[in-house]
Design a protein around this ligand. Structure first.
Ligand code: DC
Length: 226
């Protein structure tokens, strides 16, 4: 099968990573989690103790950083300058700060350049917020995945209730709505559905149903998938 690129965008908790990983594995494509790249930069900035007003230093640090993504058992393993940060980038502290870091236009430019390079040889499924609109505007298949805030919070609660026992559904709904607002309202490449992206509302769909829908889209667009 000829290789092509798939862009999957959408708000936090819409199921992008799970779906993108399964679609990539069904097609034998490479999965790239761009949210993990923004999280990796955020982790490094926090590890260095940079303060919110030190954006110049944040940008310089991002330019020097080496970020590697490798396939892992439960998703993607992430290495920063050779150091495994896979677990460290998922803490509440990083999650709370990543929207700020990802609103810095120069940091987006550095990561966008890396992401374009990663997709240059085709055959990638890339998920994020601005992939169809900005990073891979020529992707053959573009999907915008969404779901209600309640359902997204319920899914997130299931994922983290063992590691963060005190967390409530209300808190998660509030956090998700806040992050949506920051991602949608920032000036630099805000979260937006590309005009040619297909909207898939996963609120009442199962994971296999969503994967099938995307593989059908691949088949209809480029003759790949089903
Ligand atoms: O998908 P995620 O929750 O791991 O993403 C973490 C943050 O990174 C999220 O708040 C938005 C930002 N992000 C972005 O601005 N652009 C992307 N392409 C991917 C993620």
């Amino acid at each position: 099968m000829e290789k092509f690129n798939i862009a999957i965008d959408g708000p936090a908790g819409a199921g992008k990573s799970t779906i993108a990983r399964l679609v990539a594995s069904a097609l034998g494509f490479v999965y790239i989690d761009t949210g993990a790249m923004y999280r990796a930069v955020t982790w490094k900035i926090m590890d260095k103790g940079l303060q919110p007003d030190q954006t110049g230093d944040m940008i310089a640090l991002t330019k020097q950083m080496d970020i590697q993504l490798t396939p892992g058992e439960a998703g993607q393993n992430v290495f920063v300058d050779g150091y495994d940060v896979t677990g460290l980038i998922r803490t509440a502290e990083v999650t709370g700060y990543v929207s700020f870091v990802s609103s810095i236009a120069e940091i987006r430019q550095v990561l966008t350049r890396k992401q374009k390079e990663m997709a240059a040889s085709m055959g990638v499924v890339m998920d994020g917020r601005d992939i169809g609109s900005h990073v891979l505007p020529d992707a053959e298949v573009k999907v915008f995945l969404t779901a209600s805030v309640l359902v997204r919070a319920e899914r997130r609660l299931k994922e983290i209730e063992h590691t963060q026992p005190g967390i409530t559904l209300e808190q998660l709904m509030h956090d998700i709505a806040t992050r949506d607002r920051m991602d949608e309202q920032r000036d630099a490449s805000p979260l937006v559905q590309a005009p040619d992206a297909i909207l898939v509302d996963t609120t009442s769909m199962t994971i296999p149903e969503v994967v099938d829908r995307i593989l059908e889209l691949c088949a209809s667009r480029v003759g790949g998938g089903k």
